[in-house]
Design a protein around this ligand. Sequence first.
Ligand code: HEC
Ligand code: HEC
Length: 231
Amino acid sequence: MLSKSAAKAFFLGGTALCSTVFLGLSYDTFQQMPQRTNAAGLTASVIRGKHLWEDKNCMGCHTLFGEGAYYAPELTRVYERRGPAFIAAQLKDPDAMFPGQRRMTNYHFTDGEVTDLVAFFEWAQTVDLNGFPAKPSLGAPAQRAASASAQKKPQIFSQLCVTCHSLEGTGGTVGPALDGVGSRLDAAYFERWLKDPLAVKADARMPKLPLDDAQISELVTFLSAQKEMPR
Ligand code: HEC
Ligand code: HEC
């Protein structure tokens, strides 16, 4: 049995030791904070995007860093998942991206505001969250298939075009399947179409997407190579 004074010393010593460890670890965490939050990446544009995120109450439907509502997709890694062109198109005209589905508010953002929000999402994915959110485990066969087809497809195609178009049986159904489209249409048409669908067809339902020249030429090459398989 401990004597009364030994118990007291044990209690005080233990408290002092644990407090020291606690304060030391807290100090260490605060030291790491600027690096973990990528504070250096907080440009004026990112900060304006953050304020838009708050003012427009995007969290009323979305989560970011796991916080918010569960009506709409988690957005912490949306920049990596969807890429800047998709995000810009979604913010400019949400209805055009998902016609007739769950609704996202059209905020009628200016181009500058869209750029700021895209910058905010680009920053958000650089924050060190100890691996949150975890990538879904699709199992080995699905991952092998995904990486095999990802090699042939331009990244912008997998991020943006598959929302509405399918290829080899996977993708959206808003637009026509693009299998064999290179046998039906030629490179010049693809280029005009991707630059501005409405200039080609007055009643086009495909929105004008924010693509740069390099992405357009990559897509034109890719689409032209989608030849009809001889049966
Ligand atoms: C009324 C609810 C609602 C609000 C408010 C809202 N969104 Fe959305 N958002 C959605 C829905 C629903 C989708 C998904 C559309 C679908 O899958 O049919 C979406 C999709 C997105 C996507 C694409 C996500 C992905 O993985 O495809 C981005 C980016 C996005 N929203 C950003 C924002 C931003 C930024 C704000 C605030 C300015 C905002 N949203 C406010 C409902 C909302
Ligand atoms: C929001 C939905 C949507 C997105 C995103 C989209 N498209 Fe489309 N696309 C359509 C629709 C709908 C049509 C059918 C023509 C029309 O009425 O606009 C179409 C038509 C096409 C056609 C002509 C196909 C044919 O058989 O006539 C091509 C080629 C095409 N899209 C390529 C693309 C590429 C490449 C991307 C990615 C950069 C893309 N689309 C993104 C909706 C979309």
